[in-house]
Write a protein that binds this ligand. Structure first.
Ligand code: NAD
Length: 499
């Protein structure tokens, strides 16, 4: 059955039935089994169905890919290609992604459980990112330093070499695009290690890069586990840069691997426990409550910038929590292939257990469970929107990243108290604040320790805005032309001129 543009739940199911999967690694322009022959299962968390047996790469595969990437870089077919020509190939890739966007979206939904409408949004974001970085690359100039007449001093931007991009499963293809678009645009060879929980869209992307015309060895994909192939890439003496999105714990490990090997550059986008501050002067409390609920329940709460700590001024707290509960009621999980579902399935059993364990701790430590809290009956791994009120900063659910649909509500009386509570975390990825008072907005925004602040919205932004955190949320910035800085080196050239 061929469906031009799937629109209904039945269309998506029919398309899923007809889909084939590429499950081999993509090394040196060929789709191959892992050197060991090992595979791991890719499973649909909404049904439990096994989708594919995926090549489980390890050190020998990493070595082969790194050698091919190094050779491609030295050959210069991509690294020394004029930026305007690199741009055209990246644009071709974006066009191919656009033409295959429904299939790519479906792969992410089947692989990790997110609703199809959300996956389609991710595809638009991924394509926009590739187009943006492609457009940037032939518009960024080097510098001529202001020296005397007896010299000419140039600051040149050059690609770094081999970049390993290690990404998570919560936005599989979008996180991939945020790394590979600037890294490729800048002229590097890129090896992508997708998460073992969501490798399928990356392998389909590899097919599209081939069609787009990237030279051999410039883009490769190594599916497999973090402690095997991920670690091998991170310890490689021939990888020049690690671009990572994932947990803070693994980010710390990667910095150690860099120190143990070749001091490769390490850019980290890590976890968060983001505060969302609601002041009593807000005008439309229903609208704010809807956004506050969506800030945590979107993507099943498996979002790095989830607004997982809701800080509400005590004078409106009881009323506001009621409105959040009402909004959450309309965000129940459903079939990920139904375009009407707001939430889908939790990625796998381990994450499902982990979230339920946090909920149990919330109850045991005395937070008031106001909604959800129980897994839905199977098949499939579904947890409804869960709201805890009366959370204190000492409670586990008030401090740790749950990475699931669990909202912790706190109360505050003063602006200073709200800011202190918001900053009382070792994370600093995102923060939100809702108020009509422009003086307050500016005061609070400046004092929030966070890479990004959303004022009267949650998660606003586009390709022009850098995305990243402070403190233990990482040191990197995805998106915008600033991300290109991470994937290029500055070369200073001082030329003495004959007087
Ligand atoms: P994770 O850290 O477990 O895994 C991320 C990636 O690292 C995966 O590909 C994994 O295989 C790999 N990895 C694991 N151990 C490794 C090792 N020892 N060496 C090399 N690679 C290794 O994270 P996850 O569960 O996939 O994703 C969830 C986390 O990602 C959350 O903490 C979330 O906040 C964070 N995240 C951050 C951002 C951001 O932009 N800051 C965006 C999305 C997700």
């Amino acid at each position: 059955m061929s469906i031009e543009i799937p629109r209904t739940r039945d269309d998506w199911h029919a398309l899923a039935e007809s889909l084939g999967f590429e499950a081999r690694a993509f090394i040196d322009d060929a789709f191959v089994a892992a050197d060991s022959g090992d595979t791991f299962e890719s499973r649909n968390p909404a049904t439990g169905e096994i989708l594919a047996q995926v090549a489980s790469c390890d050190e020998p595969d990493a070595e082969r890919a790194v050698a091919a990437a190094r050779q491609a870089f030295a050959g210069g077919e991509w690294s020394r290609l004029a930026p305007a020509k690199r741009k055209r190939i990246l644009q071709r890739l974006a066009d191919l992604m656009e033409a295959n966007k429904h299939e790519l979206a479906l792969l992410d939904t089947l692989d990790m459980g997110k609703p199809i409408s959300s996956s389609l949004g991710d595809m638009n974001g991924a394509i926009a990112c590739i187009r943006y970085q492609a457009e940037c690359i032939d518009k960024l100039y080097g510098e001529v330093a202001p020296t005397g007449e007896d010299s000419l001093a140039l600051v040149l931007r050059e690609p770094i070499g081999v970049v390993a991009a290690i990404v998570p499963w919560n936005f599989p293809l979008m996180m991939t695009a945020w790394k590979i678009a600037p890294a490729l645009a800048a002229g590097n060879s890129v090896i992508l290690k997708p998460s073992e929980k969501s490798p399928l869209s990356a392998l389909r992307l590899a097919q599209l890069t081939r069609e787009a015309g990237f030279p051999k060895g410039v883009f490769q994909v190594l599916p497999g586990f973090g402690h095997t192939v991920g670690k091998a890439l991170a310890l490689s003496m021939e990888v020049d840069c690690l671009a990572f999105t994932g947990s803070t714990a693994v980010g710390k490990q990667l910095m150690q691997y860099a120190g143990q090997s070749n001091l490769k550059r390490v850019y980290l986008e890590c976890g968060g426990k983001s505060p969302n501050l609601v002041f009593a002067d807000c005008q439309d409390l229903d609208r704010v409550a809807e956004h506050a609920a969506a800030a945590i329940f979107h993507n099943q709460g498996e979002v790095c910038i989830a607004g997982s700590r809701l800080l509400v001024e005590n004078s409106i707290r009881d009323d506001f929590v009621e409105r959040v509960l009402k909004a959450a009621e309309s965000m129940q999980p459903g079939d990920p292939l139904d375009p009407a579902s707001f939430m889908g399935a939790i990625v796998d059993e381990a994450q499902h257990r982990r979230i339920l364990d946090y909920i149990r701790q919330g109850v045991e430590e005395g937070a008031q469970l106001r909604s959800g809290g129980q897994a839905l009956e199977g098949p499939g791994l579904f947890i409804p929107p869960t709201v805890f009120d009366g959370v204190t900063p000492q409670m586990t659910i008030g401090r740790e990243e749950v990475f699931g649909p669990v909202l912790a509500v706190f109360g505050f009386d003063t602006e200073d108290e709200a800011i202190a509570m918001a900053n009382d975390t070792h994370y600093g990825l995102a923060a939100g604040l809702w108020s009509q008072d422009i003086d307050r907005i500016m005061r609070v925004t400046r004092r929030l320790q966070s890479g990004q602040v959303f004022v009267n919205n949650w998660a606003g932004g586009d390709q022009t805005m850098p995305f990243g955190g402070v403190k233990q949320s990482g040191n990197g910035r995805d998106k915008s032309h600033h991300s290109l800085e991470e994937y290029s080196e500055l070369k200073s050239v001082w030329m003495s001129l004959t007087p």
